[in-house]
Design a protein around this ligand. Structure first.
Ligand code: TXA
Ligand code: MG
Length: 395
């Protein structure tokens, strides 16, 4: 059953008043505990939560999102101690990493316990667990008093939501509550780390990198059971999706085209900065030659790429509009831009990517161009999402 109206709870306004925060979150927590769906903020992206004690609520997550049901959900809890009952083997390495990075943008895949139903894990004998960072999310989880399965709160295939407005756009009328916690700090989903055998590996890169994980393990002199522990983890941090539908990946979610706007997304190859500017210039010239006068193209990039575009506008080849401005002249092709405000900074590029894909797409361009960035630091996570948005198969 779909509730007719969706209420937005402005929890962001109560951050400094714990009592007020609990009060304002109470109806959403009660709804969760009773088996209704609630969208809530995390530091990565907004999640669409359902109590794992209500399999029918979990099943309605799949319906509301249009998500294939062979794609398992991550279970969210308020603190590390609450992971215990969900897993059958909370081994010392897992415990160490949980204590080091949680609350934070890390999901651990561990052998599941009997209390986690099949509909959450898609029948797998493992479960993803995570403790989100924001006080709002942890207060909500604590008040609800149940483990909460939550995928990103977007329609399946669309960019993940990083503001309450994005959630509203996708899910209004289908869920009773959206908890507004402001824009998400990270902007990309959590790092997913598989810890169920002797080859720990990153299934989905995120803000917590292999280097950071290895640093913690080194500090505590963890003995790795597998000889190639380090190389497996390092290598998997660079993981890029193979989007071939035939393959059966370890994280089932990896096989689907994701984050895809309506417009075609094209990646400007990574290169030394001037070569990348050159590549963008050439691509824009090609587009201008082929396009109709009323066509629009969109560019997501740092300051250096926006400068390239200014030159086109100066030569009167096209209009250059920032994404928040509306087009008035349809006699000349137009390029919308979303500037993430820095030069080749993967953290900033990652933070703004999903918001940019959404707001650029709303301008209905025929194509969105975005730069590749080096695979260092959060660059691996940025490139992973960008490749998926572009629907590319990576060899
Ligand atoms: O940051 C995040 O993780 C966000 C917020 C809301 O917490 N959640 C999120 O959920 O991104 P979702 O459902 O959009 O992505 C979960 C990913 C999928 O790729 C899924 O296949 C994988 O985690 N996953 C979940 N449980 C798994 C398991 N038991 N084994 C392997 N992969 C799993
Ligand atoms: Mg998702």
């Amino acid at each position: 059953m779909s509730p007719a109206a969706t209420a937005c709870i402005p929890a962001i306004d109560c951050l400094d008043q714990p009592e007020q925060l609990r009060k304002i979150l109470a109806p959403a927590a009660a709804a969760l505990a009773q088996g209704e769906l609630v969208a809530f903020p995390t530091e990565t992206v907004y999640g669409l939560g359902a109590s794992i004690q209500h399999p029918s609520a979990v099943e309605s997550i799949f319906k509301v999102k249009g998500r294939p049901n062979d794609n398992p959900l991550i279970v969210h809890v308020a603190d590390v101690a609450s992971i215990e009952p969900l897993v059958s083997d909370f081994h010392p390495t897992a415990r160490l990493l949980a204590n080091a990075f949680m609350p934070g943008p890390l999901t651990l895949i561990l052998p599941r316990s009997e209390i986690v139903p099949d509909c959450v894990t898609a029948g797998l004998d493992t479960v993803g667990v995570r403790v989100p960072e924001p006080l709002i999310a942890r207060t909500l989880l604590k008040l609800a008093g149940v483990p909460v399965a939550a995928p990103s709160a977007n329609l399946s295939g669309k960019p993940s939501p990083t503001t309450a407005n994005h959630v509203y756009h996708d899910l209004a009328g289908h869920i009773p509550y959206i908890v507004d916690g402001g824009p998400c700090r990270v902007g990309l989903e959590s790092t997913v780390l598989y810890l169920c055998d002797d080859q720990p590996r990153i299934l989905r890169p995120g803000a917590i990198t292999a280097a950071e994980i290895l640093e913690v393990l080194d500090e505590y002199r963890i003995e790795y059971t597998a000889k190639n522990w380090r190389s497996v983890l390092r290598e998997s941090d660079r993981f890029l999706p193979n989007l071939n539908e035939e393959t059966v990946p370890t994280a089932p979610g990896m096989k689907y085209r994701h984050y895809a706007p309506e417009a075609k997304v094209e990646i400007i190859p990574e290169a030394e900065i001037n070569r990348q500017k050159q590549a963008l210039t050439e691509r824009l010239i090609l587009w201008l030659r082929a396009c109709d006068p009323d066509d629009a193209c969109a560019l997501y990039g740092g300051i250096e790429l926006i400068e390239v575009l200014d030159q086109f506008a100066e030569r009167d080849l096209c209009q250059h509009l920032p994404v928040h401005e509306d087009r008035t002249d349809f006699t000349k092709p137009c390029v919308y831009t979303y500037d993430y405000g820095e030069t080749r900074n993967s953290r900033a590029a990652a933070h703004h990517l999903f918001a940019a894909l959404r707001s650029l797409d709303a301008k209905q361009p025929s194509i969105i161009l975005a730069p590749a960035l080096p695979f260092t630091d959060v660059g691996a996570a940025y490139m992973n999402r960008l490749f998926k948005a572009a629907g590319k198969e990576i060899i």
